[in-house]
Design a protein around this ligand. Structure first.
Ligand code: ACO
Length: 377
């Protein structure tokens, strides 16, 4: 008799592949990109430096970084056909849907990046450069803002803010966005990265893999959680009501977004850094309301459920204070995570093995086939 392997629901604790890109120590609360601690990267590096690290496996020299900055700046423009497509999308569309559809459509205009074997780093850089432009092209139309001007001189973080809020950010604002992008750039085999790798493992192209990943990130149990955190804060209103609202939701077995994690058993180190930035930006804007509410919610959820915050708890408060609409929070996550998705896809192509797990079948096997005319209901 053949032993039946145990089912791991949600693939929990299953080690599916080897990777050099990202390590999470869920017990000590550490996150490492290509050997470097996220705390050092958040304190000293930039998003483009981190993207280089993820793609090439080493930190860039100054000329290498300058070259990458130049290239990302030059790769931001959309083909006019795609601008027309975005302009024809309903203004009420969810920006994540716009992003998913636009990345998918972009593939048809850039066949050199999507043909068989076109797994080049060029496609990774193109997608990383272009996502903010896709988002801004849609958002500016619905918000009645003038069309986007090309600004190849701005860093990815400053460009994202400039494109979405229509003004040049201060140094502190640009740095807050830069840190947020660094913190979201990669996270081992999270659901969207896994989706990207599954797609790539069939030898499909990079743009298809990123399209799969965007659809996966959209869900509220993954990237969509940061938008829901702000909905919770709106429902709470004032700190005095936090206890009642949070306890009511827990009593109804509702999940409190921004808490809990499949891998971290302690506080997510990204949440620690974003908490500091939520306070810093709150102080700079003279608005500590979100920060104070979130601290209160954190205290209640930890006391009642023993859960720690994840990356999504504080990110929304930072973005809100930077003037960004709530439904752009998850797309901003994608604007950063695309660097990690593409690094993983390139790694997958280097060490390709079709990802194809099995299911334990629990259905029937010996039913007698009834001709259509004999079936009664
Ligand atoms: N609020 C309330 N209870 C929670 C939460 C939460 N946020 N997270 C976990 N729990 C509870 C579960 O109800 C469950 O309780 P039970 O054993 O009494 O049924 C227990 O903790 C374990 O939960 P699981 O769902 O088994 O944990 P899992 O590892 O599958 O979940 C997840 C991880 C999906 C992130 C979960 O913690 C969650 O839903 N959090 C809220 C959504 C969120 O913030 N997502 C962002 C994650 S980070 C990211 O993707 C970028």
């Amino acid at each position: 008799m053949v032993a039946v392997p145990a089912v791991s629901r949600g693939l929990e604790d299953v080690v599916a592949l080897e990777s050099r890109i990202c390590f999470i120590d869920g017990v000590r609360g550490r996150l490492i990109y290509q050997g470097y601690d996220i705390r050092d990267l958040a304190a000293h590096s930039s998003f483009e430096e981190v993207a280089y690290l993820l793609w090439y496996g080493r930190l860039p020299t100054a000329p290498q970084l300058a070259e990458l900055r130049g290239r990302l700046g030059a790769l931001r423009a959309l083909p006019p056909e795609l601008v027309r497509q975005i302009d024809s999308m309903p203004v009420g569309s969810t920006p994540m849907d716009v992003l998913r559809t636009s990345v998918s459509a972009l593939a048809m205009f850039e066949p050199s990046e999507t043909g068989p074997g076109a797994s080049s780093i060029g496609g990774a850089q193109r997608l990383t450069a272009v996502i903010p432009t896709i988002l801004a092209t849609f958002h500016r139309r619905r918000a009645g803002l003038p069309p986007l001007r090309e600004r190849p001189d701005l860093s990815p973080a400053a460009y994202l803010l400039y494109a979405l809020v229509d003004r040049e950010p201060t140094e502190l604002e640009a740095r807050a966005m830069d840190v947020a992008l660094i913190l979201h750039a990669d996270h081992e085999l999270n659901a969207s990265t896994f989706a990207a790798r599954v797609t790539a493992s069939t030898l499909s192209d990079l743009y298809s893999a990123v399209t799969s990943a965007i659809g996966t990130l959209k869900g509220p149990l993954h990237g969509g959680a940061n938008e829901r955190v702000m909905e919770l804060l709106a429902a709470i209103g004032t700190p005095e009501l936090a206890e009642t609202v949070v306890k009511e939701r827990l009593a109804k077995h509702e999940r409190i977004m921004g808490f809990g994690h499949r891998v971290y058993k302690v506080e997510d180190p990204r949440a620690t850094i974003l908490r500091e930035w939520s306070k810093k930006i709150g102080e700079a804007k003279g608005n500590l309301r979100y920060y104070e509410l979130l601290r209160k919610v954190e205290e209640i959820v930890h006391r009642e459920k023993g859960l720690y915050p994840n990356v999504d708890l504080y990110s929304g408060s930072v973005y809100s204070l930077l003037g960004i609409s709530h439904d752009l929070f998850t797309p901003i996550f994608a604007a950063s995570r695309v660097s990690g998705w593409t690094a993983h896809v390139l790694e997958e192509y280097q060490d390709l093995r079709l990802i194809r797990p099995t299911a334990r079948y629990i259905g029937a096997t010996d039913l007698a086939y009834l001709p259509l005319a004999q079936r009664t209901g």
